[in-house]
Write a protein that binds this ligand. Structure first.
Ligand SMILES: [Fe+2]
Ligand SMILES: [Fe+2]
Ligand SMILES: [Fe+2]
Ligand SMILES: [Fe+2]
Length: 405
């Protein structure tokens, strides 16, 4: 696979930040606005860290992916501290981001992004200079956006007055002064209170930043994608580990079916990402024990297209778009989204479908009892040539039976 490592890497991080916000578009605007503002503040306060502040801001609330609505601006500090997911999200987010090569410092920023200058923040009640300075840049941008969400018409003076009440409490005075200058002198920082200007501002800013130093590890993209998969699976309790397991099963099948090296890589990445669009489905629907209503099912059925929409912006994964789009087609044409049948369905999608169904049957799900490997194989056999490609099932029996020994 030919690719430019740095640009692929930043495209994947961008896609990851969009995943977090899929269900609620306000969340992506929030992340983008915080990224632009915090980076401009960092340019004045800690210029050597602007890259890390930018990526930390894009991903700062990754630890709240399991919350349908993220953090609402109306929540008081006490309410945030009392909420188990919100209280833990800086630690959870830092742990996730720490694993992405080159973003270790961004992880430290995320860890401290709810600490306050006066020591009343969370999770570690750090104070003053003990707090990462990049996190303070993020803190003020985060607070400003909450003020804007409360009152979108706030002008410069009103915003600075409101934020001024938190000077030396939530953030230090130098960060406040820097923010005030950013807002007063950067026209585009004022413009970005309008959502429609945001995407362009983020792209421009990202292109102007010094290149992220990707460590010289051979598998930067692989490691980042596995983190990506974990974030996807973290949205819903029962999907924990699903993407990673589907990827492993699909690779075992691909090897047994003698696919070449390139195709095996493609199936590995496509399966890690196949359910990215599921993040857009509210927990109440995916965790529902009973049957879904028509509208609910329609929402679930949109996820392969949503996945395709997200990964088409990652240049190196453009060729995976058909594979992920068709992972719920049935061999008899009764699947979705395009009702393709037999050979019309991309071969790699047909393999992923089998790996996906096998994992769904052998993992606990709210709507069904977990099956043993033998029960799952019997069910795959039963659906041979209706839901699944019979030839792949023949191979799957051997591959999956070997898992029991
Ligand atoms: Fe946060
Ligand atoms: Fe935030
Ligand atoms: Fe799926
Ligand atoms: Fe799946």
């Amino acid at each position: 696979m030919e690719f430019n490592l740095e640009s692929s890497f930043s495209q994947i991080i961008n896609a990851l930040s969009q995943i977090i916000a899929l269900e609620n578009h306000q969340r992506i605007f929030h992340a983008w606005r915080v990224a632009v503002l915090a980076t401009e503040v960092a340019r004045k306060i800690t210029p050597e860290d602007i890259n890390q502040v930018f990526y930390a801001s894009l991903l700062h609330d990754v630890g709240t992916v399991s919350l349908d609505n993220g953090i609402r601006p109306q929540l008081s500090l006490d309410q945030q501290r009392a909420h188990p997911v919100i209280f833990a999200h800086p630690v959870k987010g830092a742990r996730i981001v720490q694993e992405i090569p080159g973003l270790e410092q961004a992880a430290e920023i995320i860890m401290d992004h709810h600490e306050r200058w006066d020591g009343a923040g969370y999770p570690h009640e750090k104070r003053n200079e003990d707090i990462n300075i990049g996190a303070q840049c993020l803190r003020i941008a985060d607070s400003y956006d909450f003020c804007l969400q409360d009152n979108p018409r706030l002008d410069y003076e009103q915003s600075m007055k409101q934020l001024g009440e938190q000077k030396n409490k939530e953030f230090c005075s130098s960060v406040y002064e820097a923010f005030s200058e950013v807002l007063a002198h950067n026209e585009y920082c004022r413009e970005i209170s309008r959502d429609e200007c945001l995407e362009e501002a983020v792209v421009e800013l990202q292109q102007s930043l010094p290149r992220l130093q990707c460590p010289d590890k051979s598998d930067v993209i692989g490691i980042t994608l596995r983190v990506f998969a974990r974030v996807i699976d973290a949205k819903h309790l029962y999907t924990s580990g699903h993407s990673q397991r589907v990827s492993q099963y699909a690779m075992l099948l691909a090897e047994a079916l003698h696919l070449d090296h390139d195709e095996i890589s493609r199936i590995k990445w496509a399966s890690l990402l196949h359910d990215a669009g599921k993040v857009a489905i509210p927990q109440s629907i995916l965790n529902k024990p009973g049957p879904l209503s028509e509208e609910e099912f329609a929402l679930v059925k949109r996820h392969p297209e949503t996945t395709a929409d997200i990964i088409k912006y990652i240049d190196v994964f453009k060729n995976l778009v058909p594979t992920v789009r068709h992972h719920h087609e049935h061999f008899n044409g009764r699947g979705y989204p395009d009702h393709l049948e037999s050979q019309q369905i991309p071969y790699l999608s047909r393999i992923i479908t089998v790996a996906d169904a096998f994992d769904a049957m052998t993992s606990p799900r709210p709507y069904q009892r977990m099956k043993s490997i033998h029960e799952a194989l019997a069910e795959l056999e039963q659906q041979k040539d209706s839901q699944f490609d019979g030839e792949i099932i023949n191979q799957a029996k051997e591959v999956f039976t070997a898992l029991t020994v």
